[in-house]
Structure formats: C-alpha cells, structure tokens
Design a protein around this ligand. Structure first.
Ligand SMILES: Cc1cc2nc3c(=O)[nH]c(=O)nc-3n(C[C@H](O)[C@H](O)[C@H](O)COP(=O)(O)OP(=O)(O)OC[C@H]3O[C@@H](n4cnc5c(N)ncnc54)[C@H](O)[C@@H]3O)c2cc1C
Length: 464
C-alpha cells in the first residue's frame, strides 16, 4: 500500500480542502480540539487532519483521500463510545457532527436520520408527531454508533433493538463508493451493518421505522443499600414475568442531594428500581403496582411523563468529560447467587460517581434469531453494565482494576456475551461481542474492506 501513496503535505491537504464543502481542520485550527474531543476524558488523541463533511459526497472524498495517503480513518458520530473509537492519533478523523438532520415521514412512519444526530435530535423531531424510534436512554448519545452496535432502551422489549427497526442505510464503502443497503439491496452488507459496528463502511443516512407513543408511566422507586439484596431478588421475580410494554431497569448509585431523597441518605449507596410502561397509561399503573409495594422504599417518583422528557431523565447522571471505564455482561435465567454477586459489587464501588445499571432485555429483542443480524445476543434476559467513573488520573489504575475484578467475579454467572457498545478494551471482548456470527463477519469484511481501512471499531480483522 505505502508504495502507491502520496505524502500528506500542505499541498495535498489544500487540494483536499478545495474538493469538500465541510471544514478541514489541522492541529491549532479553531474547532480542531472540539472535533477530537470525545465523551470519555481518558481519551486524548490527535489526528493529523479532521474533516467535517456536510454530505455523503464529502465522506466519499474523505475516504478516497485517506486511501491515497494511506491514512488511518476514524469516524465520529456522537463521539460517545467509551473506548474512544471515534478518534485516532495521526490519521484522518471524519467527524460527522454537521450531518445531524432528522426528517420524519408521518405517512410512511419512518425517519431519515443523519449520522451526526444524537438521540435527543431524533426524539425531538419524532415526538411532535406522537412517534418514536426505539433507541437508548441518554439523549446526547450518537444515533450512529448506537445503531451499528445494537441499540437498546426502554422500548426494546416491545419493539426490538434499534437495529431491528432499521429499514435501510446509505453507506460509503472502503472504495469510496456510495451504496444503499436494505433487506433487498446488498442484504449481506445490511446484515453486517446491524451489529458489526463501523467495520464495513461509513453510514451517511439511516432510515428507521417509527412507532406511536406519547406518554409513559415511569419513575424511580428508591431503596437503601441494606434492602438491596432482597429487592434485587424480588425485582427479578417480577421482571421475568413482565409484559413487553414494561421494562424494569435497575440503577445502583450514590444518592446526591436531590430533594426527593431523604437527607439522611445523601451520600449513601442506593438502589433505584426504574419501571417504564409504554402501553395504555391506566393499565400501566395497575401493572406497576406490585413493584411499588416491594420492600420499604425511601422515595417513589413514578408518574406519567411525556416519553421525550423521560428520555432525558438520566442525562445528568452520565456527564461527558469525566474518566470512565465500562464493562458489561449479559445474563439469562439468573440464580439467586448471581443476583447477590451483582448486588455485592454494585454496593462497593471505588468512587461515589460509579454506577451499575441493569438493562431489562428479553421480549421482542429475543424473538429474533441470533443469526438474523450480526448482533447475536438474542438470549439475554438482562445486561449488567459497570460504569466506573472518577476524575483523578492518579486513580486510573485502581478504578480500572476494580472494574475488571468485578467483571471477572460475575463471569461464571453470565452468558459469555458482551455488548459491543459497552466495551472499553478489545482484548478478549471481540469474541464475546460477536459470538457465533464472527466467521460470517470476517467473510463480509474480506468482501467489503479487505485492507481494513475501517479499523477504529471493535475490529473484525480481514483474512485476505
Ligand atoms: C452515557 C451513555 C449512555 C448510553 N446508553 C446507551 C443505551 O441506552 N443503549 C445503547 O444501546 N447504548 C448506549 N450507550 C452506548 C452507545 O451505544 C455507544 O457509546 C455508541 O458507540 C454511541 O454512538 P456514537 O455515535 O456516539 O459513537 P462514536 O463514539 O461516535 O462511534 C462509535 C463507533 O461507531 C463508529 N461509527 C460512528 N458513526 C459511524 C458511521 N456513521 N458509520 C460507520 N461507523 C460509525 C465509530 O467509528 C466507532 O467505532 C451509551 C453510552 C453512553 C456514554
């Protein structure tokens, strides 16, 4: 490759700048640092060149430019990936942030979404029409990375993963071509896009199916640490029988000084049981009632919310610009011992900012075959995500070690699968993320990106 490439000098960058419509930035330029900054403050990488495309043609030109100069390519959607895969050292950063438009077609009940859109952009445009695209639960998360890795949120039990609601995509390939992929066009590529991350090309447009939804019954039912083991056991007894309209998540955190938490618990570890009912509101109250009668809660904030508002309920709990290390396990049919081990670790974090969240899966997610899309985890009942957070770089080693230790302690009880979008390290996690779909992903990579141009992702290495 290197023999046929041309040097990356001022002239080459000037020519590139003249052929794209979006800004081209170099170290020292206004906007360069903003473009290279991602969610996790642990990541501090400096690309040689940044381009901020305004459309698919700029993306095509950027891929050709990278090939001509043999540059490593990083692709940034929302920049929320905790592993920092959206940004590289030295190569070309393609920051899609300017391509954030969302267009809703109310007749067809679909939305066309640009690859720089955040979940909040998508929810804002669809909510006005009483519609929703099932996605994640923090509004500044990028639609692109979330969808390409899977995408679960409060509606996945009813409507499936975000990628199950994807109708089609436009993709710029490693050759710099623009192709449309769907069940009917390039179905192989469409299969791989749905769970294989950014391995096969750069998606420049997503088309989603939308569903009707305006209000939900949702809130936090909060318990002190000394009730946590008992409540987690009771939670699973209830949640394992829940209808698809109901998701019940858990979140372990340290109580801040929110007015709804009694003062004596401020600074103490707490467990929030979080029901979200997305069917008929009156029925929702009835369905959730037994959950509100478990144990002796110190707070109960369940009420009717506009779904679009509830989608922002946790935004402040996961702020950008902090140091993070995440690891996750999937669980199926857990034993009491498994539930207790999850609770033990969640109650003894290295920092008060550390949260452990339990995502309720099952329902429509699991009614899809594991090989129908590249996302293979169709057997998990729930996922435990360890989101260790701290701010002092001197504590990096300790916080990372704690996360790994907790993750290892849970491994004997878990399914052996992990969510590609929650991994912070690649060693050993590729096989856990792609499971039995890995060989088919390699074959696809050999077809669509044999030179591994797109490798800033949970990489599927080509074998040609
Ligand atoms: C606070 C927080 C909450 C979260 N909540 C949820 C949740 O509820 N549900 C859930 O499923 N996930 C959740 N996630 C995980 C989330 O799905 C990932 O972080 C995801 O990578 C975010 O997408 P992004 O576009 O912001 O990623 P980026 O960091 O921009 O990119 C992630 C990866 O995707 C690639 N990529 C990005 N855009 C494109 C594109 N257009 N074409 C090809 N490749 C591309 C990048 O190169 C990189 O490899 C959460 C993450 C955070 C930090």
């Amino acid at each position: 490759m290197a023999a046929t490439t041309t040097p990356l000098d001022d002239r080459a960058i000037g020519e590139f700048e003249a052929t794209v419509r979006g800004p081209v930035l170099r170290p020292g330029d206004d906007g360069y640092d903003e473009a290279r900054t991602v969610y996790n403050a642990m990541i501090d990488r400096r690309p040689a060149v940044v381009v901020r495309p305004t459309g698919a043609v700029d993306v095509m030109t950027a891929v050709e430019f990278a090939r001509e100069h043999d540059l490593l390519v990083a692709v940034k959607g929302g920049g929320h990936n905790v592993a920092g895969l959206a940004v590289c050292d030295d190569g070309l950063l393609i920051d899609l942030g300017l391509m954030s438009s969302v267009r809703v077609d109310t007749d067809a009940r679909t939305a066309r979404v640009g690859p720089g859109a955040r979940l909040g952009d998508l929810d804002h445009e669809t909510a006005r029409f009483g519609l929703v695209a099932p996605a994640g639960v923090v509004s500044i998360t990028g639609v692109a990375g979330l969808t390409l890795g899977g995408g679960f949120g409060y509606l996945c039990r009813k409507h499936g993963m975000t990628l199950d609601n994807l109708r089609s995509v436009d993709v710029v390939t490693a050759d710099g071509d623009l192709v449309h992929a769907s069940e009917d066009e390039h179905p192989d590529l469409f299969w791989g896009i749905r769970g294989g991350g950014g391995n096969f090309g750069i998606v420049t447009s997503f088309e989603f199916d939308l569903h009707e939804l305006s209000d939900v019954v949702a809130g936090l039912i909060v318990y002190p640490a000394d009730q946590a083991h008992e409540i987690v056991r009771a939670w699973w007894e209830f949640a394992s029988e829940a209808p698809d309209e109901l998701s019940v998540w858990l979140n372990f955190s340290t109580a801040a000084s929110e007015p709804f938490i009694p003062e004596e618990y401020h600074g103490e570890r707490i467990l929030s049981v979080i029901p979200i009912y997305s069917g008929d509101v009156d029925r929702g109250w009835d369905v959730i009632r037994p959950l509100r009668e478990l144990g002796d809660p110190i707070a109960d904030t369940v009420e009717v919310h506009r779904f679009v508002d509830w989608q922002q309920a946790f935004d402040e709990s996961y702020p950008a610009g902090e140091r993070y290390f995440w690891k996750s396990h999937n669980f199926r049919d857990p034993s009491i011992e498994a539930l207790d081990r999850i609770t033990d670790g969640a109650l003894s974090p290295p920092t008060p900012e550390t949260r452990v969240s339990v995502t309720h899966l099952g329902g429509a997610v699991n009614r899809v075959s594991p090989d129908a899309t590249a996302y293979p985890h169709r057997d998990a009942d729930f996922l435990v995500n360890i989101t260790t957070r701290w701010d002092d770089p001197d504590r990096d080693e300790e916080c990372i070690a704690w996360t790994r230790e907790y993750f290892d302690a849970l491994a004997p009880y878990a399914t052996g699968g992990t969510y590609v979008n929650f991994t912070t390290e690649s060693e050993g996690e590729q096989s856990m993320a792609y499971l039995d779909n890995y060989d088919r992903l390699v074959a696809l990579k050999n077809d669509w990106d044999p030179d591994n141009r797109f490798r800033m992702n949970q990489n599927v290495e080509p074998t040609v």
